[in-house]
Design a protein around this ligand. Structure first.
Ligand code: OFO
Length: 165
């Protein structure tokens, strides 16, 4: 079964994924209000994905003999200065998530919890993809430029971004 500190770290990660989901949902609402309907769709879908990340961990904790805890979700930002800022914040956020995942993986290896170590590999791969997606989104802003119909075109392109998991 899970060591207490492993269980705590996994529950912290449950909280982080829950916050990610809420953060993306908040961004989706803002984007929709601003008329960026394609970006909004992407962000709504991503909020669902993050909930999936949370549940996958949640279920694992209980299956491994621990107690998964429904996290408190507070301090979610609701307003943003621009669509570009939203995607800059996403990249920053995903980098933080990657760091957090890596710390758990490192911990599991250290305490020889190879089952959890192995389970966490899915998240390692996922974070690789999430960061790539966020960087690609920012490249779209760079390539197209925001002047004139640029922002409209950017929104079209952002709507075509796809996560693979
Ligand atoms: Fe965005 O991958 Fe989970 O948090």
């Amino acid at each position: 079964s899970l060591l207490t500190d492993t269980e705590q770290k996994l529950n912290k990660q449950v909280e982080m994924e829950g916050k990610s989901s809420a953060y993306y949902l908040s961004m989706a609402s803002w984007a929709e209000m601003q008329g960026f309907s394609n970006s909004a769709r992407f962000l709504y879908d991503h909020a669902e994905e993050e909930r999936g990340h949370m549940l996958k961990l949640f279920r694992y904790i209980n299956e491994a003999g621990g107690h998964a805890v429904q996290p408190e979700i507070t301090n979610i930002r609701h307003n943003f200065n621009s669509l570009r800022e939203v995607f800059e914040l996403i990249l920053e956020h995903e980098i933080e998530v990657t760091k957090s995942i890596n710390l758990i993986v490192d911990h599991c290896f250290g305490v020889k919890d190879f089952a959890t170590f192995s389970f966490m590999q899915w998240y390692v791969t996922e974070q690789r993809e999430e960061e790539t997606l966020a960087r690609r989104a920012l490249e779209i802003f760079e390539i197209i430029g925001e002047e004139g119909i640029g922002l409209w075109t950017i929104d079209q392109e952002l709507g075509k971004l796809h996560a693979t998991t």
